[in-house]
Design a protein around this ligand. Structure first.
Ligand SMILES: *Cc1c(COP(=O)(O)O)cnc(C)c1O
Length: 433
């Protein structure tokens, strides 16, 4: 039986009868699990006993259910939860470009991702070719070289909400025998399913909309399972792996043993197990709790965000709105194709004013909270150029529309009328002589 989204978000991955009939998912704080006997121990270490656990850095029952649930929502073949969204991005990139290589990515991405791609991963021999417009397919094709290992995109970009054309990008990637990695944090699995449109690896900061309550840092990687890994470009999945040795087994590589799940199995065994940015069971529990109301929260927030954007469009102090879900945006066709339920709860606008006006606006809000997070039940406001995107060089910020008069909003569950009133009074305040 294949259930629909809202049923899956409550039930997938959990069998109460296996957990003393506990109606909700229990928190397993245990570090380690009794191996029973030596025969069972051998099977567990080789990953041959599904549902058996050994040590919580590798897998834990509560975390496992969180992984299975997100995997079910995205339609993947396996998911690996990690300690943060940045850990998810880092492990996905290291896993795909192990030993070095090149990756193509747009410039308008999360500030810490861009900083990592520009300044840190190149020191590990993973270099990035950046494009200004991720839907410039000719430019991307031009940039692909023999050692290019993947295309990386954000489905809805932060903070300008540019929409990536995932089907076309997947086609382009596959034509060149490389996978498409998508950071799907902004839409969450509810608003967009990248795997359905051909993406191969999905990463999330589940700190954001997935958990939704601003109370847990966490991340997750979902393996789409359809990409054909080749030995020439991705030898890491074809090398003999000691931990997978078994009498009578000829091919002990990740592809040999795990087949379609090679990417996620390799990521768990080599990166989670050895580098250790593991998600703790209580964090997984909070993620599961948040997931139970994902669509209900996001539906309301999408509507409220549109109401606020429409209000701001008419405000004389607003220079420009960046919300791809509005009717008159250039990406209307992509929004209709990919986002029938809305693009998300985050959007930005430029204030027609000086840095002084911006400061007054940020200091004047009473209901909005001034902080660098998104996807919380509380509505949030921030100036990206001074906070989330501070590490992006100024000239690049300008090209990406992240000017000093840009304000980003993340809309929560309060009443739209109260949020609009709050912005109205804060904008008035900002321009008072
Ligand atoms: C927040 C965020 C991240 C990083 O996630 P953390 O959980 O804070 O490490 C990555 N990508 C996007 C789009 C984000 O919004």
């Amino acid at each position: 039986m294949s259930n629909e989204f809202d049923t899956k978000k409550i039930h997938s991955g959990y069998e109460p009868k296996n957990f003393d009939y506990s109606a909700t998912v229990p928190i397993f704080q245990s570090v380690a699990f009794d191996l029973g006997n030596t025969g069972r121990a051998d099977q567990i270490v080789r990953g041959e006993l599904p549902g058996a656990f050994m040590y919580s850095r590798v897998a834990n029952p509560t975390v496992d259910i969180f992984e299975k649930r997100i995997n079910a929502l995205d339609g993947g073949v396996g998911a690996v939860a990690v300690a943060s969204g940045m850990a998810a991005i880092t492990y996905a990139i290291l896993n795909v470009a192990e030993g070095g290589g090149r990756i193509i990515a747009p410039l308008d991405i999360y500030g810490a991702s861009l900083d990592e791609f520009r300044t840190l991963l190149p020191k590990y021999n993973i270099n990035f070719d950046f494009v200004e417009n991720i839907n410039d397919f000719d430019k991307i094709q031009e940039l692909i070289r023999p050692d290019t290992k993947a295309i990386y995109v954000e489905s809805v970009s932060n903070p300008i909400t540019n929409i990536a054309d995932i089907s076309q990008l997947a086609k382009l990637a596959h034509k060149n025998k490389i996978p498409l990695i998508v950071d799907n944090t902004f839409p969450t699995p509810y608003l967009f399913n990248p795997i359905k449109f051909g993406a191969d690896i999905i990463v999330y900061s589940s700190t954001k909309g997935i958990s939704g309550h601003g109370n847990v840092v966490s991340g997750i990687i979902v393996d789409g399972g359809k990409f054909e890994w080749t030995k020439e470009k991705f030898p890491q999945f074809f090398e003999p792996e000691l931990t997978l040795d078994k009498e009578g087994r000829e091919d002990n590589s990740f592809v040999g043993v795990f087949g379609k799940r090679a990417f996620s199995a390799h990521l768990r065994t080599k990166y989670l197990r050895l580098m250790g940015a593991v998600l703790n069971p209580f964090a997984a529990y909070l993620g599961l709790l948040g997931l139970e109301t994902l669509s209900e929260r996001v539906n309301k927030e999408v509507l409220t965000a549109l109401k606020i954007a429409r209000y701001l469009e008419k405000n004389e102090h607003i220079e420009k709105i960046f919300h791809s879900g509005l009717l008159n945006t250039p990406q209307r066709d992509l929004v209709e194709k990919y986002y029938p339920n809305g693009i998300g709860t985050v959007f930005s606008f430029k204030l027609r004013g000086t840095v002084e006006n911006i400061k007054k606006l940020l200091n004047g809000v009473k209901l909005f909270t001034y902080l660098p997070n998104v996807g919380d039940n509380r509505s949030l406001i921030v100036n990206p150029s001074g906070t989330t995107h501070r590490e992006v060089p100024e000239d690049e910020r300008k090209r990406q529309n992240i000017s000093d008069n840009l304000i980003r909003l993340s809309i929560g569950l309060e009443d739209a009328s109260d949020l609009i009133r709050d912005l109205e009074q804060a904008i008035k305040q900002a321009f008072k002589e």
